[in-house]
Design a protein around this ligand. Structure first.
Ligand code: ZN
Length: 462
């Protein structure tokens, strides 16, 4: 980021910080309480959906955090030869187990690229009927197991959307919604889609009649350096409610639990480790540089951006989409004020935010992202990358992190006695200490491993 943009960024963030308290009224829509559509969704879902993404089947631990819904991706149901996919069938069996154990299932239909791989390109009008047949199949085959459908995921994010453009992605959502909405009217199942890009919600307005809810995925303070106020969550939800007048679900929200900023010299040292002098040197030798990157990262960049110039790739890798993955760090300003990217900061985030969310009458549910810390980042493949590894309510060994208890309390409907509140506070502190102890033990272990005193352990393995 050059000096001019840094300056502009600061001005924008200062303005937003001042404007947000004034604009909090945006999040309040008193009419939502009597909105028949909101009432209908809440009736079908059995009340506010207290959910979590990518859970495992530890039902006691899920129940202990007052989590009543799991959010899962449906695998594409067919093999290339048209036979049923074993993967789909075993997924369905697992979802039935969730259902039978009292955890409701919020299921996400496959991505456009899954249909393209199967030979059904959604951009070709002749494939529309076959895609709608699969959409109908999901509703029928998963009846009695799935309680809510989300049509595909985060259209507008390149990784999930390409090769479709935004208009084609909206059409892809709509062709599902048209049949799935009709199929579910006599049941308690709800249909909707989620946005990670507000333009999708605007473009989808004309199809409002085919959906029960709009979903939002919000990660303020985790991927950008512009805004730092936790109150932006209800403000953004309020804006989408105002524009759409639809019931909303927060399909993903969370806070990265680890990650530190790197100094300039640490960054240079990291580039040197790849065999390049600095960012300019890497951009000037982009082909060689791409070969040296972590394989998952270079594979994705080459697949998604085959026509990008060396400068554009450099911008993405050092300043944009891939910067935090490449530098395995979070920039200093990438945070909400008052919430560090630590296990304790992550817990405070849930403790403060969930009560604010539950006051919004038009919000029918919230899904925490996510259940467990991950052994490696799903974007770049690196174990040390904080971007997609530290989101869990439990750590890689299955121990609750402080955030687990914060979510438990946020999702609880019970009024707390002062004694209970004090006991919870003590529990939080113990969990916080435990998280620090585990982190320290891992660091010490790493040091010993570097000296060859231990065989490589199954650190963070689920
Ligand atoms: Zn990463």
């Amino acid at each position: 980021m050059n000096l001019k943009t840094t300056f502009l960024t600061r001005i924008v963030s200062v303005l937003l910080t001042f404007l947000i308290p004034l604009n909090l009224w945006m999040s309040f829509h008193p009419g939502a309480k009597i909105d028949p559509n909101v009432k209908e969704v809440l009736k079908k879902t059995g009340g506010f959906m207290k959910g979590c993404c990518h859970t495992n089947q530890d039902y006691d631990l899920l129940e202990g955090a007052n989590i009543g819904w799991t959010r899962k991706d449906i695998p594409f149901p067919y093999n290339k030869d048209g036979s049923m996919s074993e993967y789909y069938l075993s997924w369905k069996k697992e979802m039935k187990q969730y259902h039978d154990n009292g955890i409701k299932v919020f299921a996400i239909t496959p991505y456009p690229h899954d249909y393209i791989d199967y030979g059904l390109d959604p951009r070709k009008p002749e494939n529309r009927a076959a895609i709608q047949k699969i959409a109908k199949f999901f509703v029928k085959d998963l009846a009695g197991i799935v309680g809510a459908f989300q049509i595909t995921n985060e259209m507008g994010i390149d990784r999930f959307t390409l090769p479709l453009n935004l208009d084609e992605a909206v059409d892809f959502i709509a062709m599902h919604a048209e049949v799935m909405y009709k199929e579910t009217r006599k049941s308690n199942v709800i249909i909707g889609y989620n946005i990670a890009n507000p333009t999708v919600a605007i473009k989808m307005l004309k199809y409002s009649k085919w959906i029960d809810y709009i979903g939002l995925d919000l990660y303020i303070g985790c991927f950008e350096e512009f805004v730092h106020d936790i109150n932006l969550f209800p403000v953004l939800l309020g804006i989408i409610r105002g524009v759409s007048q639809k019931p909303l679900i927060l399909c993903e929200f969370g806070y990265i639990g680890y990650g530190e900023a790197l100094s300039k010299s640490e960054k240079t040292e990291l580039i040197n480790g790849y065999g390049f002098k600095n960012e300019t040197d890497a951009i000037e030798n982009m082909d060689e540089f791409l070969d040296e990157l972590p394989p998952d990262m270079s594979r994705e960049i080459e697949k998604l951006y085959p026509d990008a110039s060396d400068e554009e790739l450099g911008e993405m890798i050092f300043k944009g989409e891939y910067a935090n993955h490449f530098y395995k760090s979070l920039p200093k300003n990438c945070k909400l004020y008052g919430y560090d990217h630590t296990p304790a900061g992550q817990a405070k985030f849930y403790r403060d935010l969930i009560p604010k969310l539950r006051k919004l009458d038009y919000l029918c549910g919230a899904f925490v992202y996510c259940w467990a810390d991950s052994s490696h980042c799903y974007v770049c493949g690196q174990a040390e990358c904080p971007v997609e590894t530290g989101w869990g309510l439990i750590d890689g060994k299955g121990n609750p992190k402080p955030a687990y208890y914060a979510v438990r309390d946020g999702f609880s409907d019970a009024k707390k006695s002062p004694i209970q509140a004090a006991a919870d506070k003590i529990n939080d502190s113990i969990a916080d200490l435990n998280a620090k102890r585990v982190e320290l033990a891992d660091r010490i272990r790493d040091k010993f491993e570097n000296f060859g005193l231990f065989a490589k352990s199954a650190k963070f393995k689920k």
